[in-house]
Write a protein that binds this ligand. Structure first.
Ligand SMILES: NC(=O)C1=CN([C@@H]2O[C@H](COP(=O)(O)OP(=O)(O)OC[C@H]3O[C@@H](n4cnc5c(N)ncnc54)[C@H](O)[C@@H]3O)[C@@H](O)[C@H]2O)[C@@H](O)CC1
Ligand SMILES: [K+]
Length: 501
């Protein structure tokens, strides 16, 4: 699937027109294809089509004509007094066909009768906060409990970022013209979009340009995972040092290491606190477990950094963070390890939190991936979880820029950013919203780093594999998503990876 920002879409649209394809033809094809989706998905009897003043509204007029032709009882709200261009032509056709045009005061009554609302109020031409009049209409649509098909992007969602500054339509299905709009796949816009579909509208490939955001699907990764070829030994297949766990959190260390093993590491080492080591050792048959100097709160002490660095001599990458704790000792430990190695490092969870307010990340030159969720990134940026959740694309790009590292921002729409590159992950399930899955992810990406993948590609592939493993578990068990536990992923990580080879 291709992802376009609003700007990229209007560029393709403009180029298509320069090539001689009239805008009205594109609008006709968009509207006709979207009406087809409306008929197939919703089989409506009475539809209300809400049309704004721009080309999104123009698409809506075409949809209204097509639904009318198919025998649906159609009512159209046109919010602008005077239309121009293609929308005006399509509105005129509705008038000639005597399709019922309703006033904004009649919307509530129409919503009571309708079994489908087509939201063609605002599309890619919108950003910021919707004006009062449109906000009122959006709230009525959301309050009506009627199925909603959104045209191109749910009205009120910024098509280029997924940000929602005020009122925004909640759709069941969003049908995008030509390419999926970024706003439909990044939260909170993604939650407004519901299921996102793309329809062809006749824009030729000659009008396309390289998208600034990559949709991480299987095809974009196939062949990118390195294979181990003969002659091979356990070190040539990737050697990962995981620095994880504390007395209170032994599971995090186990999850991370097991994830790494299943993602193809030749050998894994674990450094954990001396108190946690015996229990962890039993759970990790194949791993070399080092119980290192323990600090005050059952975590590793900063004094353990030298030993950990020494033990990492044969490692090809490090994972630092799962379950290490966030106090002053944790911070000093992480800083000391980072200062002592140029190996590729993945920093997860507590390690990311620990580094808030320090320059350890910005100073570091070795390849670095951080894998925070919104709360951890909020602490790192000094903004907060709410601010990060509201502006996920912006926040992950800011962190990647400020810290000069690869940022993987976890979520149902996991975003990976490095330098000028940005991608959005396509796999996953709500099943992953359970304790320990983040630890597994850190291990999977750590293994890929240890096997020689570059940070951005390793993070993209790790996120895809992790999400795909959850999908495979759901498919295989048929169990409710809520019943998944993180350890369920281990058996499915190899199968997910297999799909990429
Ligand atoms: N030939 C074309 O031009 C094509 C256009 N397409 C459609 O056209 C859309 C883009 O059209 P436009 O660029 O005309 O833009 P939109 O139709 O998305 O938005 C413009 C309208 O929104 C209003 N608006 C802007 N900011 C607002 C705010 N804060 N509060 C309330 N109203 C606000 C403007 O007054 C204007 O009426 C796409 O999303 C897509 O649906 C596609 O069908 C492809 C072809
Ligand atoms: K819309």
């Amino acid at each position: 699937m291709k992802l376009y920002t609003a700007e990229e879409m209007s560029r393709a649209d403009g180029r298509a027109q320069d090539l001689g394809i009239p805008g009205g033809v594109l609008m006709e094809r968009a509207g006709a294809a979207m009406a087809q989706v409306a008929l197939e998905r919703f089989s409506p009897n009475r539809a209300l089509i809400v049309c704004g003043g721009g080309n999104n509204g123009g698409d809506g007029f075409v949809i209204a004509r097509e639904l009318h032709r198919a025998g649906v009882e159609v009512a159209v709200l046109a919010t602008k007094d005077e239309y121009g261009g293609d929308p005006a032509i399509n509105l005129e056709a509705l008038r000639n066909l005597e399709v019922r045009l309703v006033r904004v005061e009649e919307v509530e009554a129409e919503l009571d009768r309708a079994d489908l609302v087509v939201d063609a109020l605002l599309g890619t031409g919108f950003s910021g906060e919707v004006r009062e009049k449109e906000a009122g209409i959006i709230e009525k649509i959301n309050g009506a409990g009627v199925s909603v098909l959104a045209v191109d992007v749910p009205s009120g969602v910024d098509g280029g970022t997924g940000e929602v500054a005020g009122a925004a339509v909640f759709a069941d299905v969003t049908v995008c013209a030509h390419a999926a709009k970024v706003g439909c796949v990044i939260s909170p816009g993604a939650e407004h979009a519901g299921e996102t579909l793309v329809v062809e509208i006749g824009i030729p490939p000659e009008a396309d340009s390289e998208p600034s955001l990559l949709w991480t699907d299987g095809a974009s990764l196939r062949g990118s995972i390195p294979r181990t070829s003969a002659p091979a030994h356990k070190y040539s297949a990737g050697a990962l040092m995981v620095v994880a766990g504390s007395r209170a959190m032994t599971g995090a260390a186990v999850m991370s290491v097991r994830g790494a093993e299943r993602a193809g590491c030749g050998i894994t080492f674990l450094a954990t606190s001396a108190g946690a080591a015996p229990a962890v050792d039993i759970a990790l048959t194949e791993t070399i477990v080092y119980g290192v100097e323990e600090g005050e709160f059952g975590g590793m002490s900063p004094g353990a950094a030298d030993e950990i660095l020494g033990r990492s001599e044969r490692a090809t990458a490090l994972v630092i963070g799962p379950g290490i704790g966030t106090g002053e000792e944790g911070r000093r430990l992480v800083e000391a390890i980072l200062a002592g190695t140029d190996l590729p490092v993945l920093l997860d969870a507590d390690a990311v939190t620990s580094l808030a307010g320090t320059d350890a990340l910005a100073r570091r030159e070795g390849p670095t991936v951080i894998t925070p969720h919104a709360g951890e990134l909020g602490r790192l940026l000094g903004s907060g979880a709410k601010e990060v959740s509201a502006r996920r694309l912006h926040s992950s790009r800011q962190a990647a820029h400020d810290y000069g590292c690869c940022v993987l921002l976890k979520g149902s729409d996991t975003i990976v950013v490095e330098g000028g590159k940005t991608s959005v992950n396509s796999t996953g399930s709500v099943a992953l919203a359970t304790a320990g899955t983040g630890d597994v992810l850190s291990g999977v990406i750590g293994a890929l780093l240890s096997r020689g993948m570059q940070p951005y590609e390793a993070a993209r592939a790790g996120a895809w594999i992790h999400g795909r493993a959850a999908e495979l578990w759901l498919r295989e068990t048929g169990w409710p998503a809520e019943s998944m536990v993180a350890t369920d992923l281990f058996d499915h990580v190899p199968r997910a990876m297999g799909e990429l080879l």
